[in-house]
Write a protein that binds this ligand. Sequence first.
Ligand code: B12
Length: 510
Amino acid sequence: MTLKILLISPPYLTLTSCLGTGHQIPLGLLMVGGPLLDAGHQVMLLDAERRHLSLSAIVDEVKRFSPQIVMTGHAGSTPAHPICVKMIAEIKRACPDVVTVYGGVYPTFHAEQILEHEDAVDVVVRGEGEAIILELVEAIASGEPPHGVKGIAYRSSGKPTLNPPSLPIRNLDTFRIGWELIKNWDDYQCFGLGRAAIIQFSRGCPHCCTYCGQQEFWMEWRYRDPVKVVDEIEWLYRTHNIRFLSLADENPTSNKAVWKHFLEELAARQLPVYFFASIRATDIVRDTDMLHLYKQAGIQYILMGIESMEPDVLKAIKKGSTTRHDLEACRLLKQHGIFSIVAHVVGLKDETWKTFSTAIKQLIHYDGDFVNVTYVTPHSWTAFGRQVKNHPVVQPDLRKWDYRNQILSQRHLSPWKMFLAVKWLEFYFHARPGRLWDIFRTQDRFLRRQILWSLLHTSFVWFAEVLIGLKDIFMSVIHSSQRIPKNFGEYSTRLKITKGHRDAFQGIKP
Ligand code: B12
């Protein structure tokens, strides 16, 4: 039976997309869409994020398409959760017969809680959507309760019911991305380089950094056939003129030989496509002998999670790298004309004015091209989330759990002091005269243009964040009597974790 299915990217608007790097395709939904299209269903994508649609405009679109099923989910899963459930509630109010399906990382770990509190959500998909979705849709079409569908949670006799999890996908190449769901590629442009897309070469990560929830989600590191991925990249370039690609991988370099194969294949095709990837400093140092291949393949921006410059913190978060690796990785990337974006996390320890001043000195010493300062954010399903159970929370609004706002309290610095220190660090690092002079002296015209483009857009985001931050400080003074949960434990009791995602996998591995 053919069903009408509407995939909706929720109107979760962020400064990153609107003023910073640019809008990106909703890859997760396209991956869910591929198998549905192949099974003959009538599928449409409504990118309410890209089109900045209001909830009433979304409801109008739903009425117009009149689907039997509406599906939603977002990569920025935690901060996007409030708007996802609000949107689903509006749709259900207007179209009560539509079955609503919600997937992604955050819902995977909060399925029970969502079904308890969000009446409008009918089904939560836990884990890799493409592996689960066809069976679910068949069950919905048959009108029978989806008892046998692995990897979902739903209500049975009014109570949340969790089916056993679906196993991690063995061969990622058996699923295809529903690229044809994108109707206007001009909607997606990044870094001033033209049309942009996201692609995933590998999933998961073998490392166990305590604050990261991604390995809990994907479970195992797996990769696609390097040649098939490069074929797809070439197809994207030739068919849709894609010039910029973000690798959605947590850790694409996990296996040096496989990574090298991918880079060689890309380099051999000589496509005028540039890449953004997140890569560990340790792997960049490991790959010293093949960094020229990175460049030839088109890797232009590398986000490196340096997190901290304090050896004790790096050890505590099980980062598995040292400050020597970080310094060397920045140096090597500069030598090869590849931009490094150094991710520095504040709040992993007690911050003081002194720790900020040490951090800025160290970051300048590393001499990366950009610094992305983020606040440590406890996801309830991570080891870090468990460790900080008794830690006071200063930001109860989930929409702000986007790494750009302080969530956990600090002993020595109040939130407004932390805010000023972070903004000062970002400003000083990017606008210090020595760095601006270096940019001015850059000989390579492409590199100079890109660094200026990135600097300009980083500045837009910075100014907007300063304005919003000052407004928030002002409002918090006015509403100082508002009750904020005392600690993360109390907060995460509200954010009840659906236990058993990983546990349930134990013992049933193939
Ligand atoms: C690419 C990327 C971006 C891009 C594009 C995001 C986009 N529009 O898709 C950009 C640079 C814009 C970005 C920005 C942000 N990002 Co980001 N981003 C990523 C990254 C690197 C990959 C995401 C991805 O595409 N994964 C691959 C797809 C296939 O996975 P997926 O979306 O989870 O979908 C699968 C399943 O979850 C499920 N699924 C998902 N949705 C649905 C829906 C249904 C109905 C079903 C059935 C299943 C399903 O099935 C899919 C296929 O298996 C991840 C880190 C990582 N390596 O995962 C961070 C990540 C997703 N980002 C994150 C965050 C916080 C943000 C920002 C909020 C940061 C900020 N302060 O601005 C913003 C959000 C803005 C925005 N517009 O998205 C966090 C989310 C944390 C969390 N779990 O809550 C991550 C995990 C980074 C991290 N290490 O913590 N991001």
